[in-house]
Ligand binder design. Structure first.
Ligand SMILES: Nc1nc2c(c(=O)[nH]1)N[C@H]1C(S)=C(S)[C@@H](COP(=O)(O)OP(=O)(O)OC[C@H]3O[C@@H](n4cnc5c(=O)[nH]c(N)nc54)[C@H](O)[C@@H]3O)O[C@H]1N2
Ligand SMILES: Nc1nc2c(c(=O)[nH]1)N[C@H]1C(S)=C(S)[C@@H](COP(=O)(O)OP(=O)(O)OC[C@H]3O[C@@H](n4cnc5c(=O)[nH]c(N)nc54)[C@H](O)[C@@H]3O)O[C@H]1N2
Ligand code: SF4
Ligand SMILES: [Mo]
Length: 887
């Protein structure tokens, strides 16, 4: 931390709390306020870059909506009361029903130190392994594939490999939107070495395809066939590395036999994947001809009922060709959350014990027990997320503590999850936000400090451990997650195991455990960091593990020496029998629903929705569908669409796009009941899981759709935060000074004013316009708009409703003159050039119309557009869309 002489201003180096790229952030702080952020030039992950979400961090740290005080049954209480309630609740449940009647459900977004104490409390002191995390929904297939192949959950490579490689295969990963800074690094590498080939494997044509030499839009869930097909091809075409196979692997024959049995020829593999044979052969040929290959995979692989096998099918190909452990050559599972890796290192999954030790070896259990001096060590695996909530639903688990995750929105069969929590005797939720779909089900709410307030470490996708720094005071009465857990542990009588007074003390114990009786047996070893003083911990710069005590050097890449973390030291190749997704389409549910992320929002939007400009890019829940399906179902752009199956029903806007294959829909995961009437996408996802990993098949749900025919549509802008509006569709969009609600109804209100009056107070200083087809009303206080309401019957809505972005701007302005008032009521800008269109570049708020205009005036490249409008020149996330406009 460097403090300037003049005031309280200082610069703090910390880490971004969003994705697993793990970018270093320089925060400029003055008087306990975060003024600005920039990329940390010295951080190895981003070298100064930030994406649009990272660049907007300083717009998300205000206290609006924060949970600031503990609550029991909705009433504010003191910390002592809250801790006592949780500790007694857990103790009494355990006393009556045993340790497996309680559970913790954690998150890849809490810090390593938080994770460590939660895991220690449950597995060493309560005596159950019912600790699972949202990483189950995210990384557990990759974890299991790593353990099967390498003997431990090890990511062999690092980001540099993505730049050094000659063939980069991005499979089931929309890197451009989900890992934007890694994507920027890839774009720069491709620019410097255009001969480097990039292949995207994804049923949809995503923004990531923008830089691809080849896009393979395979059939949903068919990746297993693609990679067993590749292994067969490599064998047939003599592209194997026999000496690597012989010296460093086992199981090759079985793996190849299975591959040949299911996908013996390119033609067969192409047929099973629904791909053009020539295209598939191109990929196979490139793979066999290229020494340096990286296969980067993400949720399109992991979130599958056979995700572990898919991971191993990918790894098999790298092992069979020796393309691993070398610069520019590796299978690369990229992590989603900022600290899913840290959680995995701690052992915070129900089938792990601690520090890369699991329950399969009794010696592990004794070792951890001795190290922790644990009074009640867990001796068997606990319940994985889906099974855990099933047990909550049927009453086997009676008390659950949820920390840093929003399962009522993000778990499959989300309505069942809500139901489970409503039945549960004791639901404790730690969150930094007061109102979420999950906090709504809590008996006890514990206010956690948020990013900028909390202190500890996170590990990113390339095994780099970085410090997150608490540079703002804890908001209200919030406390750090590790502190809350330690207080509960102490109140349960376990003070001796939880004596920690700082995250540094916890980290040092975690580091020591990783080295305890290790002697090279466990590759996860950060024992050198157990020597850090409190000061060194606080000043720690990013460091990649392993960090073995006494080692002269620590490897950047694993397996460079051909040694794996298995008993034989060899990597295991697995026989993979590819499988289709478990739930198939039918005549009732003929469409496949695919789900995932958008560029500017983070998960359930509790934080990113605070940065207004992040809602400029996409502000409402939507479904992407192909022009073919649009025609067949009679759907046009922005129509209101109902997507449903036997589990649930969602209502969203249609987006017709060429990038979407026929028969397949795509919905974002972000919108919850806090933001819209009905778009929790997980209410449509069945809880079918991979049998080994327990990871749900979140990318594949058979559904049907129909167009809804609203009788009216409207826009309401007010400073009041509303939910459950009385109409078929509403969507809340935070604006600078209030909230805009996009509305649509299937029934026409008898009287607009009454309808509105039931929701909000209507002031006296008002202007209005009332006709049979439209109703408009604006109220003012001191020349400031207080309420804006525009509603029209469907027949005229398209023409008569004003542009939402323009109307939002009016709400934030002084409307002084009569002319301005009339223009507002007319719903039209005085100057028509005011409409810049949908925002493309969120960093500089540049709209589509502005960009189109500049293009027509001769700015015919992204560089020229950047020079003229600055668009695309900061984080670069919007470059794919700008390029699309240029063509
Ligand atoms: N902006 C933003 N970034 C994020 C997040 C966020 O919420 N917002 N979340 C973070 C987290 S936790 C995670 S886990 C990562 C996820 O990062 P990604 O996995 O890259 O993101 P997703 O959008 O979930 O899915 C990736 C792609 O998988 C494709 N896919 C679906 N089915 C299949 C299939 O059968 N085969 C193949 N090959 N592809 C398929 C989808 O079409 C989608 O384009 O993103 C992280 N980054
Ligand atoms: N259909 C479908 N479902 C999916 C996915 C998909 O692709 N498709 N993706 C899955 C994946 S990969 C993931 S990772 C999950 C993500 O899903 P969730 O984890 O449920 O989503 P978040 O919104 O990140 O939830 C984090 C919560 O923790 C709070 N929080 C933030 N920081 C802290 C903190 O420091 N301490 C505490 N105590 N609370 C904090 C936030 O306010 C928020 O309420 O969704 C999964 N669900
Ligand atoms: S890529 Fe963006 S969201 Fe991910 S860590 Fe970097 S700045 Fe944060
Ligand atoms: Mo994730």
């Amino acid at each position: 931390m460097t403090t300037s002489a003049s005031s309280q201003a200082c610069q703090v180096n910390t880490t971004c709390p969003y994705c697993g790229v793990g970018c270093g952030v320089s925060a400029e702080v003055t008087d306990n306020r975060l003024i600005a952020v920039s990329g940390d030039k010295h951080h190895p992950a981003n070298q100064g870059r930030l994406c649009v979400k990272g660049s907007a961090l300083h717009e998300t740290t205000d206290l609006q909506g924060r949970l600031l005080q503990p609550q029991i049954d909705g009433q504010p209480v003191s910390w002592d009361q809250a801790i006592d309630k949780v500790a007694r609740g857990f103790q009494e449940t355990i006393a009556q029903y045993g340790p497996d009647s309680v559970a913790f459900y954690l998150s890849g977004q809490i810090l390593t130190e938080d994770y460590y104490v939660a895991n220690k409390l449950m597995k060493g002191f309560i005596g159950s392994a019912n600790v699972d995390t949202n990483s189950r929904l995210c990384m557990s297939s990759a974890v299991a594939a790593h353990k099967r192949a390498f003997g431990a959950d090890l990511v062999p490579g690092c980001y540099e490999d993505l730049e050094l490689t000659d063939l980069l295969i991005l499979v089931g990963s929309n890197t451009a939107w989900a890992h934007p800074v890694v994507y920027q690094r890839i774009v720069a590498a491709k620019k410097a070495r255009p001969q480097m080939k990039i292949v995207v494997i994804d049923p949809r044509q995503t923004a990531t395809c923008d830089i691809a030499d080849l896009h393979l839009p395979l059939k949903h869930g068919s990746d297993g066939y693609l990679f067993t097909g590749l292994l067969s091809y490599l064998a047939v075409n003599e592209a194997l590395d026999s000496s690597f196979i012989n010296q460093h692997t086992e199981g090759f024959d079985n793996a190849l036999q299975a591959a040949s049995q299911f996908t013996g020829s390119v033609a067969e593999a192409a047929r099973l994947c629904g791909l053009d044979e020539t295209d598939l052969e191109t990929l196979y040929r490139w793979y066999s001809e290229t020494e340096k290959v990286v296969t980067l995979f993400s949720q399109g692989i992991n979130q599958s009922s056979s995700g572990v096998d898919k991971g191993n099918a990918i790894i098999n190909c790298h092992l069979a060709t020796g393309k691993i452990g070398k610069p520019g050559a590796a299978p690369f599972s990229i992590t989603g959350q900022p600290n899913a890796m840290g959680g995995r290192e701690v052992g915070g999954l129900a089938n792990q014990l601690a520090a890369h030790m699991d329950f399969s070896d009794p010696a592990n259990i004794e070792r951890v027990k001795a190290f922790w001096q644990a009074p009640h060590i867990a001796r068997k695996e606990g319940l994985k997320a889906v099974d855990m909530f099933q047990a909550v639903h049927d009453g086997r688990i009676k008390a659950i503590w949820i920390m840093g995750t929003n399962p009522v929105a993000s778990m499959p069969d989300a309505d069942f999850i809500r139901d489970a929590l409503q039945r549960c005797e004791l639901v404790v939720v730690s969150d930094c936000v007061e109102k979420t779909d999950t906090t709504a089900c809590a008996d006890v709410l514990l206010p956690a400090t948020g990013w900028a307030e909390k202190d500890g470490t996170v590990t990113n996708s390339e095994r780099v451990i970085s410090r997150q720094k608490g540079f703002l005071k804890p908001a209200g009465n919030s406390r750090h997650d590790w502190q809350i857990i330690c207080s509960v542990a102490q109140a349960m009588g376990y003070a001796e195991g939880f004596p920690f007074s700082s995250p540094g003390e916890i980290f040092i114990e975690h580091a020591a455990l990783s080295g305890f009786e290790n002697n090279g047996k466990r590759f996860f070893d950060i024992s050198a960091l157990a020597e850090l003083s409190e000061r060194q911990y606080n000043e720690m710069t990013p460091v990649r593990w392993p960090q073995v005590k006494g080692a002269k050097t620590n490897p950047v890449r694993f397996f460079s020496d051909g040694k794996f973390n298995t008993p034989s030291g060899r990597a295991r190749m697995l026989p993979v029998e590819p499988k289709a997704p478990l739930n198939q389409t039918s005549s009732h549910y003929p469409l496949v629903l695919n789900t995932g992320r958008i560029r500017d929002q983070w998960h359930t939007m509790t934080r990113t929705s605070k940065a207004i400009r992040l809602l400029n890019h996409i502000d409402q829940p939507f479904v992407d569908l192909s022009p073919v399906d649009a025609l067949q179902y009679g759907i046009s752009d922005s129509d209101l669409i109902e997507i449903s199956n036997s589990l649930g029903r969602c209502v969203v806007r249609a987006k017709v796009t060429d990038g979407q294959p026929a028969g397949s829909l795509f919905m974002p995961i972000h919108w919850t009941a806090q933001f819209t009437s009905r778009a929790r996408v997980d209410s449509l996802i069945a809880s079918v899981c991979d049998p080994i990993a327990g990871q749900p098949e979140s990318k594949h749900a058979p559904v049907t759709m129909r167009k809804l025919n609203p009788l009216w549509q409207g826009i309401l802008i007010t400073d009041q935060e509303l939910t459950d509006l009385p109409c078929e569709y509403w969507c809340k969009v935070p604006t600078q000074k209030g909230f805009r609600y996009e509305l649509a109804g299937l029934e026409l209100p008898e009287n607009w004013q009454d309808w509105l009056g039931a929701l909000v107070e209507i002031g006296d200083d008002r202007i209005e316009l009332n006709s049979s087809a439209a109703f408009r009303l604006a109220t003012f206080a001191d020349q400031q708009p207080e309420l804006l309401f525009f509603a029209s019957t469907a027949a005229v809505a398209k023409k008569s409703l004003p542009n939402s972005a323009w109307l939002s701007k009016q709400f934030d302005q002084t409307i002084g003159s009569a002319a301005q008032r009339m223009s507002l009521l007319a719903g039209k800008p005085v100057d028509n050039n005011d409409d810049c269109g949908a925002v493309i570049c969120s960093c500089f708020e540049v709209g589509e119309n502005t960009i189109r205009q500049a293009i027509s005036q001769g700015a015919d490249s992204t560089d020229k557009l950047a020079e003229k409008l600055k668009c695309g020149s900061n984080c670069g996330s919007c470059l794919p869309e700008i390029r699309a406009l240029l063509t």
